[in-house]
Design a protein around this ligand. Structure first.
Ligand code: 4AD
Ligand code: MG
Length: 476
């Protein structure tokens, strides 16, 4: 669009640099109030919203009439003078001088999403338009920062990004949740559930690697935490054990929360997030709840971690057994409705209870091997347990990270594959990794959408990704 020397193109987010100047904004009409000879249009441009002031006497007749009858979400190029106003949410208002309508939304087909309350089904059906509302836009900006910060952490700590395939010949996380498709000449292919198996290969080539991409689960569950398509970032480290990746997870999460708090306080406010709940996560000194302190495991001697991260754990670490004991006690005290059965995975109320005991993410390690994946290394101290960790977000947001040390013995891995009734032929390449220079190695996966839900305080993952894919929705 034409640039006017005296009215440079600006964005709403950058108006603090243009106080007192006449600028050009390119965006959409978000809302409009009229009060006699005064119009209050609110414009949005993707970076924020700003209220305009249009006194009839101050603008040409046609500008006033155009705006007065303008339909919501019509696209407009507006020129006006930026004025500081302490009462305005953004701190600025715009004294509108001119407006050029790029496309006027027809009167007969008004923008379907209004300021009144809509049901979630209606909003999801109109997701392509719902994204324009300030809250949804703010969530997507936070998501982008979470993704950038996650990649940045690994990029600046010696990890090489290696991209695993999306189309795979075998399962990674259990065969019941696979999307299957025909792959030429009678072969089947599956959409990847996790890049892990492949980045174990690249880790043995490059040392410290990560992958970042979409992953798929044919989840039949309709929970508020499950998508059928979600983004996962996964580091994998050669010569690393469980303690190393717990240290890594802690430093990684801290970095992400730091970046979000650094640049998104305004967005979090629009979203309605109580940021005081996030501040302890980046606080320098741990303030682990004293009630839980006696339950905390002492750390192993694994100093000088291969992952090269923090010295003192800042996030609480509990073994599965310790977490179970905590739940038993809570049940006995009437704080939990149902008892937790030893040996079972934790249910959502269990996870919520455990996480509510701490003001930062809690790491639960050494689950019973029987309920975990085939590739997890048994704990030498108790082979019925796996050297694995789940990181539970605070405030009941549930598991955000799952990781483990991997089986490094050829024979053990082979028998695991057989026990799990997995097709040996499809895993031959994976077994090769244990034949040629096998080493202890470990890694984890973090689901981006779970982290967006937690950091933004959203009760459902459907708002954490532009177009959520769930059991009962694949439109738009
Ligand atoms: O715990 P999961 O299944 O672990 C793995 O896939 C490992 N192979 C990762 C690894 O060790 N490299 O999944 C990891 C994370 C979960 O903690 C959760 O954050 C997310 O991925 N996740 C989902 N997010 C949204 N919808 C789903 N259906 C998800 N399933 C897992
Ligand atoms: Mg898991």
């Amino acid at each position: 669009m034409s640039n006017n020397e005296s009215a440079p193109i600006a964005t709403i987010a950058s108006l603090s640099h243009h106080e007192g100047q006449t600028v050009t904004l390119r965006g959409w009409l978000y809302n409009l109030r009229a009060s006699g000879k005064l119009l209050f249009p609110i414009f949005r441009d993707g970076t924020g919203t700003i209220q305009g002031i249009v006194p009839k006497a101050a603008v040409p007749e046609e500008v006033f009439e155009t705006l007065k009858n303008l339909t919501l979400e019509s696209s407009v190029i507006v020129t006006g003078k930026v004025r500081a106003d302490s009462r305005a949410p953004s701190g600025y208002e715009l004294d509108v001088e001119n407006v050029e309508v790029i496309q006027r939304v027809p009167d007969e087909t008004p923008f379907p999403i209004t300021l009144k309350e809509h049901g979630v089904d209606f909003l999801m059906e109109h997701r392509h338009l719902w994204l324009r509302t300030p809250r949804q836009s703010a969530i997507l900006r936070v998501r982008a920062t979470i993704m950038r910060a996650a990649a940045e952490y690994f990029d600046t700590n010696g990890f090489i990004r290696t991209d695993p395939p999306i189309l795979t010949p075998n399962a990674c996380e259990g065969t019941s949740e696979l999307f299957e498709m025909d792959y030429f000449d009678n072969d089947k292919a599956y959409l990847t559930q996790s890049g892990q198996l492949y980045i174990e290969a690249t880790a043995l080539a490059l040392g410290k690697v990560y992958s970042f991409g979409p992953t798929f689960r044919a989840e039949k569950s309709k929970t508020r935490r499950h998508l059928t398509e979600f983004w996962m970032i996964e580091p994998e480290v050669a010569y690393a054990g469980l303690d190393d990746i717990m240290d890594l997870a802690e430093a990684f999460i801290t970095h992400i929360v730091t970046r979000v708090l650094e640049s998104h306080r305004a967005d979090l406010k629009v979203i309605g997030r109580d940021v005081t709940k996030l501040e302890p996560i980046v606080a320098p000194a741990p303030s682990l709840s004293t009630a839980a302190a006696p339950l905390l495991s002492s750390r192993s001697e694994a100093e000088g971690s291969a992952a090269g991260t923090t010295k003192e754990p800042r996030f609480p670490r509990l073994s599965y057994d310790e977490a179970h004991a905590m739940l038993e006690k809570a049940y006995a005290e009437g704080k939990l409705e149902n008892p937790h059965k030893y040996g079972d995975d934790f249910g959502s109320p269990d996870e919520t209870y455990i996480s509510s005991q701490f003001d930062r993410p809690v790491m639960v390690h050494r689950y019973p091997a029987a309920i975990k994946a085939f590739y997890m290394q048994p704990d030498p101290a108790d082979p019925t347990k796996a050297l694995c960790v789940d990181v539970l977000a605070p405030e009941g947001y549930g598991e955000i990270i799952g990781g483990s040390q991997r089986v490094d013995s050829y024979d053990l891995l082979k028998s695991r594959i057989e026990e799990h009734n997995l097709p040996l032929a499809a895993f031959q390449w994976y077994l090769d990794l244990r034949k040629y220079g096998s080493v202890p190695h470990a890694g984890f996966g973090m689901g981006i959408e779970r982290v967006v839900a937690w950091l933004c305080g959203l009760d459902h993952v459907r708002e954490t990704i532009p177009f959520a894919r769930t059991l009962n929705r694949i439109y738009p």
